[in-house]
Ligand binder design. Structure first.
Ligand code: FE2
Length: 362
């Protein structure tokens, strides 16, 4: 651990997690300081001890599409609302206040990258001092703010933003439900909601495939302070195939995962994930997307790790977008767990189809 103490950019110390039995942590350097093979060989990437910053939230996914009209049509049917549109890009929001949670640039289909919020301008300055980072720059796009651009080990852009415009929330009226002991939450009133798109509230997580799983996972943890929630192995415990990671906001409760990394033979986005208003909202939105003829990938079901009720849809270029509701929330006190791949079937819903499991948008 001695090497870590010398890392001048490190801001916080995060206690290691140990549930996934594995090799001991040697002298662990932050990923951006590892510069040869022996650094990696001596690293237990599962035990991140220090990060440059702790990201405070996910901001948006950034895709590229050849037709912004088609993209907007899909995202509107999926339940987002246009925040702004220029000749070359589309910015979509949810019902929560961030200016946007989805960006589409005009161009050949591509996963450009992901964006997260930093808690302060000082955090952007820390990131700007890491190798390969952009300087702190003003964002010349609707919503404004400042950012630093990084590149993850698989070559995708990671924007860390601060000071994005906040908009008034969009009110969503959802009826109370008479379930459980209290059958009078909805009194002298009828359950009536309109058919149509779901109501996307906020962005929840992103999932990538990586052919250099350890390096990619280590990079995100080292840079942004992600904390492991659950990991999954195949055959033997040393053979990790997936890792669920959450934000570290100390005592605050955060979604079970903001980032899921999958060991793969290819690099790319598996899906972007968005919270819907509630479970009925997902069901109603599902029917709307069926009627519109969009491509369904998986669901409706409930996950085991994270526990969300989920539904997955492809946009016109096959990029997968998830609706979910009702996640587990954890604070930093909860240690990580290790699960065999066969142990993680959800309580209901079909198993993931092969084409979903192996889906990666480059
Ligand atoms: Fe997901």
């Amino acid at each position: 651990m001695g090497l870590l103490r010398g890392a001048d950019q490190g801001s916080m110390r995060q206690s290691g997690r140990v549930a996934a039995g594995g090799v001991g942590a040697g002298g662990l350097k932050p990923a951006w300081r590892r510069n040869n093979a022996s650094d990696l060989l001596n690293t237990d990437f599962r035990e991140v001890l220090m990060s440059v910053i702790k990201a405070v939230d996910l901001a948006y996914g950034r895709l590229r599409s050849p037709d912004l009209d088609k993209q907007e049509e899909f995202l509107t049917a999926f339940g987002m609302v246009r925040a702004d549109r220029t000749k070359t890009a589309l910015y979509m929001r949810g019902t929560d206040s961030p200016h946007h949670i989805h960006v589409t640039e005009l161009g050949a289909p591509k996963y450009v990258g992901i964006a997260l919020h930093a808690g302060s301008l000082e955090d952007l300055e820390k990131l700007a001092r890491t190798p390969g980072a952009s300087p702190v720059e003003s964002i010349d796009e609707p919503g404004g703010g400042k950012r630093v651009r990084l590149t993850d080990p698989d070559g995708f852009q990671v924007e860390i933003v601060h000071g994005m415009a906040q908009l008034p929330k969009i009110a969503v009226a959802r009826p109370a439900v008479n379930i459980g002991e209290d059958k009078t939450r909805r009194r002298n009133a009828l359950y009536r909601v309109e058919r149509g798109p779901s109501h996307v509230k906020r962005i929840g997580h992103f999932v990538v495939h990586s052919p250099q799983f350890e390096k990619t996972l280590g990079w995100y943890r080292d840079m942004l302070g992600f904390r492991c929630s659950d990991e999954v192995y195949a055959d033997k415990k040393e053979n990790l195939v997936g890792s669920f990671n959450r934000l570290d906001r100390g005592d605050d409760y955060v979604d079970h995962h903001v980032f899921f990394c999958i060991r793969s033979d290819k690099a790319g986005l598996n899906h972007l994930s968005y919270e819907a208003a509630d479970m009925d909202d997902i069901m109603i939105g599902h029917e709307h997307l069926v009627e519109k003829g969009y491509e369904h990938f998986w669901g409706i079901g409930r996950h085991s790790l994270g526990s969300q009720v989920f539904d997955y849809w492809g946009d016109p270029w096959g990029r997968v977008h998830e609706h979910w509701a009702d996640t587990d929330v954890l604070n930093a006190s909860v240690p990580a767990n290790l699960w065999g791949r066969g142990e993680i079937g959800g309580p209901w819903g079909e198993a993931p189809p092969e084409r979903f499991m192996h889906h990666a948008t480059p």
